[in-house]
Design a protein around this ligand. Sequence first.
Ligand code: CA
Ligand code: ZN
Length: 300
Amino acid sequence: MNKVTRDHVFFAFEPSLEPVLQVIQGEEILLETHDCFQGQLKSESDLIDALDWDHVNPATGPVFIEGVKPGDVIKIDLLEVKVAPRSTMVTVPGEGVLGDLITEMETAILAYDGEKVTFKNKVEIPARPMIGVIGVAPASGKVPNGTPGPHGGNMDCTQIGQGASIYFTAGVEGGLFGCGDMHAVMGDGEIVVCGAETPGEVRLKARVVPMKGLPTPFLETKDMVAVIHSSPTADEAASEATHRMAQFLTDFVKIPLNDAGMLMSLVGELKFCQVVDPEKTIRFEFPKYVLEKYGFRMPE
Ligand code: CA
Ligand code: ZN
């Protein structure tokens, strides 16, 4: 299997990135990722003020997917998502939702035994490995990996894990896909600006699907689909994610607008991904069983 090691990273999604691997559609690949600090915090005595900020949020890649043209919708199946036995958390005065209260920098190392993450030898938390930064190059401009947007990026969505598929609209030929910033576990919101930050590896495959116009980034899990949207404020992101899910339900699933609205009000779930990055990310989840009642299935 084609593999990209964590020595091949980039720090901003942009059209001029040089691909480190070229794959054919449907081919399985393995990407090794760094944690969001690129391994700079090695122990609890390494504090965040010593960090080299030019080396945060590395993404592994980019991968050039053959045959992908701008405007194509790329489906990425996350076949396996594995994280390291150790993860790192920090508090940063002034940062995150509690930045006004937090005055002490702290670094905590958390162990992961394959099932649970242990917090300060006191609390065992069921792990839920996920990918924080994942995306494709935008058609123009340069988006630092710490910022989410229409191309993906630092969405920090807890549902982007093993078994999920994520859809992006290609901005450039080949897509130029990359990912990094895995978390062994994280809560919706990511309120102190980090989850259990960890290196990891992901096995995936990518291909173009005939769904041009899909509101992307778009997520699919076993039971639901979700539109993910990032905006400068959570209010705007919530409104956009909701409007874009309505667009999906009317345009793709062919549910009349009033029915789509009522169903979204009954069984839709509007949830925070993160509220601490330069843009806030919100997702609108909708259950697949309802799509099936309307005779709609996502592409295999
Ligand atoms: Ca992140
Ligand atoms: Zn992270």
